[in-house]
Design a protein. Structure first.
Length: 232
């Protein structure tokens, strides 16, 4: 799996595919802020040039949040800003043409929006060891973060609501959630409460992130607001 892009807003999205071959068993899976998803064979993008081409049709005020490349035999973990995470099997997501509106991925609560989606390949899940456990790294806008073992997320049906992924306090919202193993490193961009300090960066090892149950809040990673996170 390779994440192609992760955007929070924008009326138009250009997807750049850093791939060497358009294999028939690979799919481009696009998730939108309003809870839509579209899965298309990667081979349909073989003839696209540098100018791009029309892809997923978005409703008014909707935008692409994440685009992934999957093998079509794993699971998706979708998280909303009101701290819900839905886990569903790729078997529930049929492939369709490159140009389409997609289908419902997650049932969202009033005012909620999808902030992230990630893909766990079936082989990666099967080969977990005590040294390489897969978890979901959940981070809020106010800099609170934690790891949650993926075993705590029950598999549910596509287009249903998720389960609580963290406790939110003081009008906080989830900024992002991403799958990781104990070998990963992260680069966090954040802004301090005092504007004079400007934007700052923090490098973080997955092994340094504390694990908590789904319903518990995490610990403070930074004393400020999270701007973005990159998994290295």
């Amino acid at each position: 799996m390779r994440k192609l892009l992760e955007l929070a807003a924008g009326e138009e999205v250009a997807v750049i595919l850093p791939v060497e071959a358009y294999d028939e068993d690979r799919y481009l899976v696009i998730f939108s802020k309003q809870g839509k998803v579209k899965k298309s064979p990667l081979s349909e993008y073989r003839t696209i040039d540098v100018d791009g081409a029309q892809d997923m049709k978005l409703a008014d005020a909707d935008c692409v949040v994440t685009a992934l490349i999957s093998r079509g035999r794993g699971e998706y973990f979708i998280t909303s800003d009101n701290a819900q995470t839905l886990r569903f099997s790729d078997e529930q997501l049929r492939a369709q043409g490159r140009v389409g509106q997609g289908v419902a991925a997650m049932a969202l609560g009033k005012g909620a929006a999808v902030v992230s989606a990630d893909y766990l390949d079936s082989e990666e899940g099967e080969h977990q060891t005590t040294e390489n456990l897969v978890s979901l790294f959940v981070v809020t806008e106010q800099g609170i973060g934690k790891k949650v073992p993926v075993s705590q997320y029950p598999q549910k049906g596509r287009a249903t609501a998720g389960v609580v992924t963290t406790e939110l306090l003081n009008n906080d919202r989830v900024q992002t959630a991403m799958l990781n193993n104990e070998n990963n490193h992260f680069l966090i961009s954040w802004s301090a409460v005092t504007a004079e300090k400007g934007e700052q960066l923090l490098a973080l090892k997955a092994t340094d992130i504390k694990a908590f149950p789904r319903a518990r809040k995490g610990v403070e990673l930074v004393a400020g607001r999270i701007n973005g996170i990159v998994r290295l």
